[in-house]
Design a protein around this ligand. Structure first.
Ligand SMILES: Cc1cc2nc3c(=O)[nH]c(=O)nc-3n(C[C@H](O)[C@H](O)[C@H](O)COP(=O)(O)OP(=O)(O)OC[C@H]3O[C@@H](n4cnc5c(N)ncnc54)[C@H](O)[C@@H]3O)c2cc1C
Length: 382
């Protein structure tokens, strides 16, 4: 192999890749980050101004230490960037006690002795009156230290810190193929440039399996909508309507939060696991929210938060990559010593971005991550 261009290439600079680039650069490795679009672009999964942060990881209790470590790293990134990136406004998880949302949150909270509060339906309605029409058996798990993270600002801060620590960044550069060579990997780009590196970290979000074929991923659309209340309404402030996930009909999950300070819109979306909002090809994605999307989303919203009662002021369809079991893919596929992948966020990966960056840096350096993440092994379905 000719002299490498860098020790490591990170392909895909969304939330996970930007964090990996930051962590690798601060360990003194020569890293180069590559993205087919610009930083904090609208095309991948890390788009839309806000994300829920919580350590009550209902998806798997083993994710709790990762979320806790992510919070520490977020605070470090805030110090380095001088920017507020994580607002602990509280987070609410609502549904039946034995349902996926509340049941999962209670399990994670019990196993890790998390600081949570449990509200019955009436107490929840008093605290957060926008949550109307709750079935009698619905309760809320409130995590006071949960809150909101800012995706675009987080990515920009991680990339700036990475650059300060010596990382090179190539934007508008699409990677077309990864080719094994005798002592490393050749990273081919659409413009014909070839980067030679010792190892590659692929964090290409919904495009991950284009570069690493065979990973069990499908890409799902998820409409996101913003509403401007006709007149100022106390129920829809962030204080009264903190970031939430709420189980509604058929296991669909309504999520969102009230208006951010200085803003007029509240944000609401629906996670339905691909039942109505189909599986798509990210190359030919239609980002508009169609009348058929709205017929499902609008009905769920009207039932759960009747006060909104109008069509959205803004709407877009975001995408995420989902695995068959809803857990991430993090590791070396088939033990490949030159390749680390991280993806399959299954719509709950943003809160772990900074921690995943650290795990990826550990894997690159041949270190065991600080906590067991075997359930994210990319080969577990084989
Ligand atoms: C609507 C919505 C709401 C969500 N809400 C939450 C939430 O509240 N809390 C939470 O924790 N998680 C949430 N998630 C999930 C979270 O947003 C994702 O887990 C996270 O953004 C994934 O980041 P990523 O870096 O893996 O992927 P992405 O952000 O998609 O980044 C992938 C990057 O790879 C680049 N790329 C792709 N192919 C190539 C190529 N060939 N060459 C070079 N670059 C390439 C892309 O341009 C992109 O920048 C939500 C997801 C969606 C869609």
């Amino acid at each position: 192999m000719t002299a490498p261009d860098a020790d490591i290439a990170v392909v895909g600079l969304g939330a996970w890749g930007a964090s990996a680039l930051w962590q690798l650069a601060r360990r003194g490795l020569r890293v180069i980050g590559v993205d087919r679009y610009g930083p904090a672009n609208i095309n991948g999964s890390s788009y839309g101004e806000s994300r829920m942060f919580r350590t009550a990881c209902l998806e798997h209790p083993g994710l709790v230490p990762l979320a806790q470590r992510s919070r520490e790293l977020w605070q470090q990134l805030e110090r380095e960037s001088g920017t507020r990136l994580l607002e602990p406004t509280g987070a609410m998880l609502i549904g039946p006690e034995d349902g996926r949302i509340v049941g999962g949150a209670l399990r994670a909270a019990r196993e890790h002795s998390l600081d949570i509060e449990v509200l019955d339906r009436d107490a929840l309605h008093r605290r957060s009156p926008a949550h109307e029409a709750l079935p009698a058996d619905h309760i809320a798990v409130v995590e006071p230290a949960g809150g909101l993270t800012l995706p675009e600002a987080t990515i920009r801060a991680a990339l700036a810190s990475a650059r300060t620590a010596g990382a090179q960044i190539l934007t508008d550069t699409r990677v077309t193929a990864l080719e094994s060579e005798s002592a490393g990997t050749a990273v081919h780009t659409a413009a014909g440039r070839v980067l030679r590196v010792r190892q590659v970290v692929v964090t290409a979000g919904p495009w991950l399996d284009q570069l690493v074929p065979g990973l069990p991923l499908e890409v799902v659309r998820m409409p996101t909508t913003w509403f401007t209340p006709r007149e100022p309404d106390e129920r829809f402030t962030l204080e009264r309507l903190p970031v939430f996930m709420r189980e509604v009909e058929d296991g669909d999950v309504l999520w969102g939060h009230g208006t951010l300070p200085g803003r007029t819109e509240l944000k609401l979306g629906l996670e339905d696991g691909g039942r109505h909002f189909r599986v798509v090809d990210p190359e030919t994605l239609d980002r508009s929210v169609s009348p058929s999307d709205w017929s499902v989303l609008g009905r769920r919203l009207a039932d759960a938060v009747p006060g909104v009662g109008q069509e959205p002021s803004r709407a877009t369809a975001n995408i995420y990559a989902r695995t068959p079991d809803g857990q991430f893919l993090i590791g070396r596929p088939r033990g490949n010593p030159r390749l680390v992948v991280a993806g399959g966020c299954s719509s709950h990966g943003f809160k772990h971005a900074t921690g995943v960056g650290e795990v990826l840096a550990d894997l690159v350096q041949g270190k065991e991550p600080a906590f067991p993440l075997g359930f994210t092994d990319p080969d577990r379905f084989e």
